[in-house]
Design a binder for this molecule. Structure first.
Ligand code: ZN
Length: 225
């Protein structure tokens, strides 16, 4: 019996790599390419004239040497997870993963990993007490919050509220509260303990830089400028 010819276009790369939870496809491909010292384009299209029947998950699974389920679970493009999908006004956004989580999981402290996070809900890595949210331009700029436990507590409280009331309620509350604070700041009010908080921030395991405006926690007070 004649079997139809099927070209093997995608083969396992010499150095396999595990995806980081919630990692973006671009980040995973870039890390895989770096680990195997080859351009990303070659990973995506190893042959100019042979076509593969594998779907994107299958391709990534073969070249990275990971089970298909691991790829589907880790990369949200294919495994959309409830509220944390990159759509709508409360979209998920690609940000640097916590540098301490990356060091722990990959064993490579300097490696940059981009992951999908909720724009509004994910601001702090609670186990590592690191600011990973807004205004972080590079992993080295993720603030150490060891001396600011109230910010870590605010993130915990936020997650509790999210679990209790769900994203439909909390998203609206977040939007209205953000508008409230923005209006206050536009009218010349300043968070009275902002300067003191910035002074308390200590450099972590690498040089850090202050984000432009950490969001106020519930314990913040305001005063007229
Ligand atoms: Zn972490």
């Amino acid at each position: 019996m004649n079997m139809p010819f099927e070209a093997v276009v995608f083969r396992p790369l010499p150095r396999p790599l595990k995806p980081f939870p919630q990692e973006t496809e671009a980040s995973f491909l870039a890390r895989l390419a770096t680990a195997n010292a080859m351009p990303v384009q070659r990973l995506q299209r190893p042959s100019h004239w042979l076509e593969s029947r594998l779907d994107p998950v299958g391709r990534l699974s073969v070249i990275s040497g990971q089970p298909r389920t691991a790829i589907r679970y880790a990369i949200p493009r294919w495994e959309r997870q409830a509220w944390n999908i990159p759509q709508g006004p409360f979209a998920a956004t690609a940000r640097w993963a916590c540098r301490r989580c990356v060091a722990r999981r990959t064993g490579t402290p300097g490696q940059g990993v981009m992951v999908w996070m909720s724009k509004h809900h994910d601001q702090v890595c609670i186990p590592h007490r690191l600011w990973i949210g807004r205004a972080v331009e590079a992993p080295a700029n993720q603030f150490d919050l060891a001396d600011l436990p109230e910010i870590v507590a605010a993130q915990k409280r936020h997650y509790r509220l999210l679990r209790r009331y769900g994203p439909d309620v909390i998203n609206v509350c977040y939007e209205q509260t953000s508008r409230f604070w923005t209006t206050l700041l536009q009218h010349g009010y300043r968070i009275s303990d902002l300067t003191q908080r910035l002074a308390r921030l200590q450099p972590g395991d690498s040089p850090t830089k202050a984000p432009s405006a950490p969001p106020p926690s519930r314990g913040s007070s305001i005063s007229s400028a």
